[in-house]
Design a binder for this molecule. Structure first.
Ligand SMILES: NC(=O)c1ccc[n+]([C@@H]2O[C@H](COP(=O)([O-])OP(=O)(O)OC[C@H]3O[C@@H](n4cnc5c(N)ncnc54)[C@H](O)[C@@H]3O)[C@@H](O)[C@H]2O)c1
Length: 473
């Protein structure tokens, strides 16, 4: 397989895809010794695809082709959801799937040849592994976190990383609704007793949730979903957030965390892990909570001081708690869990399963695979976690335009060089942004001849600041 062409592109609008992408480079890196005039293209690679899609109703958007998509190799590890596999195969990419993570040696061998890799949380993409990847242009983390990837090194190599931070919001919100009911009826303890053969029929301190006040800390994707669900079950909803937000339904934003803690029957935490939220709920906050009230944490383990919570539960100040996330979580399933919360009264402990549903996995598969397709086919980096986020509106189908995607070092003077190269062309639209040491520019250029395309490609990819140059057409 090769991304090079043996001849210049024809005048046809369906140009040889492989021309724009030299070999052994990430999705078309214009590195030294490679370029549009390199040889090696298989004649069968030089073909286009049917146009499809829409652009504002009757006007069609041009489907850009970076290359013959059948040549794009994608490696999906760790049983990535079938929704992703089918989305990527539908694009004509070659997709290889593995049910488990690969050992480092095997991964180094496999990653050498692929343009895109999809992983979940077990595969570590370290500097060593990324350096073995000769053609890699994009990584899909089919999960929430991206700690398993050396994001900075990936960015320096022009490799964009995408994840799916919000696909499981509904799953978390539903779990919290269940926990509100379970805590209110002491169901965790009754269930344990029954499994021990103990019949204990009690109604003291068991309540309906109707009419009770739910205090939500962090009114983002999960907090706001929860607000709607809780109101539909007859709860009164208050919330605290660092930014003023439009309340949904009849919920109300309160002025401070302490006010929320002092007035709610249930407190549920939905904040991100930041220096400000570390140990956000400690002894003072727990004392501020109402006698007999409940705490739920399905956000991040560092948000709650576990010792202080265990004390508040054992002393009877809190009526119960549900905890899904912990400061230290076992790396694998098995008998590895230890916590001061074990054995506390009316305390529901779950192994970080808030977002773990079939629906969430399916949504993650769709969201991440679509981001990968947009990046490969259109250059769109919106949603990338380590990369400047750049997008351009679609090129209309009738326009004879190309799209330049230029990942480069973020140093002064780069735009002057690019402007010089494009000075005699009609640049329809252009946008660039930077993040740390790298920057990304997208420009749509119309009415260019195949020779001019080659010239633009060569001159841009030969700039000293070039990391990756791609031309889509
Ligand atoms: N248990 C699980 O399996 C699971 C699954 C998904 C997400 N999460 C976690 O849930 C949390 C919330 O996720 P989300 O998708 O709703 O996030 P989000 O970014 O949509 O919302 C977070 C909200 O918290 C607010 N916030 C930030 N700092 C705050 C502070 N100091 N005080 C008050 N509000 C603050 C933000 O303004 C924002 O509105 C995250 O920590 C996420 O990692 C857990």
């Amino acid at each position: 397989m090769s991304f090079t062409a043996s001849s210049p592109p024809s005048a046809s609008r369906v140009m040889p895809t492989s021309i724009m992408n030299p070999p052994s480079t990430p999705l078309g890196n214009g590195g030294a010794g490679s370029g549009p005039n390199s040889t090696g293209a298989d004649a069968t690679e030089i073909r286009g695809r049917e146009r499809q899609g829409s652009f504002g109703g009757s006007t069609k958007a041009k489907i850009l082709k970076p290359f013959n998509t059948a040549n794009i190799k994608i490696l999906l590890l760790e049983n990535v959801n079938e929704t992703a596999v089918s989305t990527l195969r539908a694009e004509g990419y070659q997709v290889e799937t593995h049910a488990k993570a690969l050992s480092e040696d095997v991964l180094i061998e496999k990653i050498r040849d692929v343009h895109c890799i999809g992983i979940r949380s077990k595969t570590k993409l370290t500097k060593k592994i990324l350096d073995a990847a000769e053609k890699l242009g994009v990584i899909g983390c089919f999960c929430i976190g991206t700690n398993q990837v050396d994001l900075e090194h990936a960015a320096q190599k022009g490799i964009a990383v995408f994840n799916s931070p919000f696909s499981n919001s509904r799953s978390v919100a539903e779990l919290v609704i269940a926990e509100i009911v379970l805590l209110s009826r002491q169901l965790g303890d009754r269930n344990i007793e029954m499994h021990q053969g103990i019949w204990s029929k009690v109604s003291a301190n068991c309540y309906e949730i109707r009419g009770k006040t739910l205090g939500i800390v962090g009114y983002g994707h999960i907090g706001s979903q929860l607000s709607v669900l809780a109101e539909s079950m007859g709860m009164r909803v208050l919330f605290h957030d660092v930014v003023p937000l439009m309340p949904l339904g009849t919920s109300k934003q309160v002025g401070s965390l302490d006010e929320l803690l002092a007035t709610s029957d249930f407190i549920t935490l939905h904040v991100p892990e930041t220096p400000e939220t570390k140990n956000m709920i400690g002894e003072h906050e727990l004392k501020t909570m109402k006698q007999g009230s409940f705490l739920i944490n399905a956000s991040r383990g560092t948000v709650v001081q576990i010792s202080a919570l265990a004390n508040a539960l054992r002393s009877g100040h809190l009526g119960g708690a549900a905890v899904d996330v912990f400061p230290k979580e076992p790396a694998a399933n098995g008998k590895f869990f230890e916590s001061e919360l074990v054995g506390c009264p009316n305390t529901l402990l779950t192994p970080h399963i808030g977002g773990s549903t079939e629906e969430a996995q399916s949504m993650i598969g769709v969201e991440v695979s679509q981001a990968l397709v947009k990046f490969i086919n259109y250059g769109t980096s919106i949603g990338a976690v380590n990369f400047p986020e750049v997008d351009l509106r679609a090129i209309k189908d009738e326009e004879n335009s190309i799209r330049l995607c230029y990942t480069h070092s973020n140093v002064p003077g780069v735009l002057r060089q690019i402007t010089n190269i494009l000075a005699d062309h009609n640049v329809d639209k252009q946008f660039s942004d930077s993040k740390g040491k790298i920057a990304y520019l997208m420009a749509d250029i119309s009415d260019v001849t195949p020779e001019q395309i080659q010239d633009i490609y060569r001159r841009v990819s030969e700039t000293p600041t070039n990391i990756v140059t791609r031309i889509l057409y």
